[in-house]
Design a protein around this ligand. Sequence first.
Ligand code: G6P
Ligand code: MG
Length: 223
Amino acid sequence: MIKGFVFDLDGVITDTAKYHYAAWKQVAHDELGIDINPTVNEGLKGVSRMDSLNVILKFGGKENAYTDTEKLEYATEKNDLYKSLIKQMTPADILPGISNFLKAITKAGYPMSLASASRNAPYIIDRLGLAEYFSAIVDPATLTKGKPDPEIFEKAADLIHTPYANTVGLEDAVAGIEGIQAAGMFAVGVGKPEVLGKADLLFPDTAHLDLAKIEAAFTSQRG
Ligand code: G6P
Ligand code: MG
């Protein structure tokens, strides 16, 4: 029986990936002399700020070129740029189907929490006008490991007091699906089967998310 839901933010509730990409692209080009592309960007999804910088540096063959202080400066510069981009966000940036899906979950009485690696998550949820739906948001500063480690999903379930085996996690990234499953939760993916084939249930996009289908799949797979 399902007792609660834990949600990823970027790529599931709203498309902030384009803003992360734009900000990293600029910092990588201007400060590091590295030109990133959409393939590199795929590897930044669900990955923490500093780990994203490390992925970019590795791509550019510069993983040992900078001190920790310099790296912190670049990460801060990226975040300042990112913050200036997300300032324009409004409820119109909620992905299709998400508002109705959150309403249906609330109506059914399931608690929800947010398991996003982004330190900007509370601000974004507020800009989107969705704060009322989430009982709790995991503070990524309290985490010792990033996705695919299950820690963030376990904390998100702990915050809404749901046993992991009765918790559904929603994700658009491979690392996220792996983390949800490593926590013993039921993993719902949003995306392509080539990428998220491991998910316990997969929807092609957010517009197709359907609570009744999730409940039916959960019951048939877990009872
Ligand atoms: C999410 C995004 C990543 C981002 C991370 C940290 O997981 O998918 O692309 O790097 O959050 O975000 P932040 O807002 O803290 O820099
Ligand atoms: Mg995501």
